[in-house]
Design a protein. Structure first.
Length: 365
């Protein structure tokens, strides 16, 4: 585990440590290594104080609290949908960095969408997360703490995790991988690998690397356009990793893992939602259609990107029908929390905007 965390104190975030590393922590505190498993179990339950670890000797708890802190985020704001019970939380970490997480209910169980970075540098033109660029990446413990804190807030079990919130997960590769392995650990939350999804905007070299990791989690690729000209205009990442490079990496991933890839496709009215684009997309996927799945996503308007609007239902269904006729597995994504700040990064962005306006008003009353 890297100790180059942002901490403003000399204490380290113990949530960043996996069971093996915790064994070293316990030994350095002069106690027996079996205590590491107990500590990890307590952390996985979402405790926020060492004093809550009732089966840990007082002397060890005291030693831990002198050197470490339990890095659970502060809750700044919670929005709850009256329509479907979706909850969106704005969290703040020790250094003031803010991210958002979303709790959603499905018929197959409860799911959480977490952030992997504070801000994002990918520059997708339809996304609120990129508005202020990348502030920093999150540690594995900070990703885990979003899940634990949300479980504490809702009082409900979480069985599915999607790393699709603020940030580009593969731009924070090692920490994301550590988080996946920690949350999958049988001694902790034990969330099954196939109940974990990681999404990327298309860092082709990292997709290849991920194929060789041996993890059985799901991979989603934010595609959003079927050709280079259109994709480069709405996603800057395509200039570095054009569709040819991206799909070579995706095909390598499928050949290596024999696992299906989900393609996320946001529906932008009269930008990428025409039948001609659907035909291009079907052609792009024809060689991998048995192990590919297209997720058509209704666009949630963002004030910073008012050049885009939501595709009308008839255009979405025409796109969907075209893909189906070409034998492409696809679905129109079930919407959650449309009556709250539903778009990725929207809650954080809107809160930052209000904070700036308040600061200006205080300076210029």
């Amino acid at each position: 585990m890297s100790e180059e965390n942002y901490n403003k104190t000399s204490k380290l975030n113990i949530v960043d440590y996996d069971p093996d590393e915790l064994a070293g922590v316990v030994s350095s505190c002069g106690d027996k290594k079996f205590r590491a498993k107990q500590i990890f179990e307590w952390l996985s339950k979402g405790v926020e104080s060492f004093d809550d670890m009732t089966n840990i000797p007082a002397k060890l708890r005291e030693a831990l609290s002198e050197r470490y802190y339990i890095g659970m985020p502060k809750v700044i704001l919670v929005q709850e949908s009256r329509q479907d019970g979706t909850r969106k939380c704005l969290f703040e970490f020790k250094d003031g960095a803010r991210v958002e997480s979303v709790f959603m209910k499905y018929n197959y169980g409860n799911s959480i969408c977490i952030s992997s970075q504070v801000g994002c540098r990918m520059g997708c033109t339809f996304c609120a997360s990129t508005r202020n660029g990348l502030e920093r990446s999150l540690t594995g413990g900070e990703m885990l703490s979003q899940v634990l804190k949300m479980r504490n807030i809702t009082g409900e079990d979480i069985g599915h995790v999607v790393i699709m919130g603020i940030g580009e997960p593969f731009d924070n590769y090692n920490n994301v991988l550590n988080f996946i392995r920690t949350i999958n650990d049988d001694k902790g939350m034990a969330i099954g690998a196939r109940h974990i999804t990681v999404s990327t905007s298309g860092l082709a070299h990292k997709i290849r690397e991920f194929a060789n990791e041996g993890v059985q989690v799901n991979l989603a690729v934010s595609l959003h356009a079927p050709n280079n000209e259109l994709r480069s205009s709405i996603m800057k990442i395509n200039r570095a990793f054009p569709i040819e490079k991206l799909f070579a990496a995706i095909e390598y991933y499928i050949e290596t893992t024999n696992r299906r890839v989900t393609f996320e496709y946001i529906m932008l009215n009269e930008v990428n939602d025409g039948v001609e684009q659907a035909l291009e997309l079907a052609e792009l996927l024809k060689n991998i259609k048995k192990l590919s799945y297209v997720n058509l996503i209704p666009y949630n308007p963002v004030s910073e990107h008012d050049q885009y609007s939501r595709s009308p239902k008839e255009r979405v269904m025409a796109f969907y029908d075209t893909l189906k006729k070409k034998g492409i597995n696809c679905v129109v994504r079930q919407e959650h929390g449309t009556d709250i700040d539903a778009a990725c990064g929207q809650l954080r962005s809107n809160t930052m905007k209000r904070d700036r306006q308040k600061a200006v008003a205080e300076v210029n009353p």
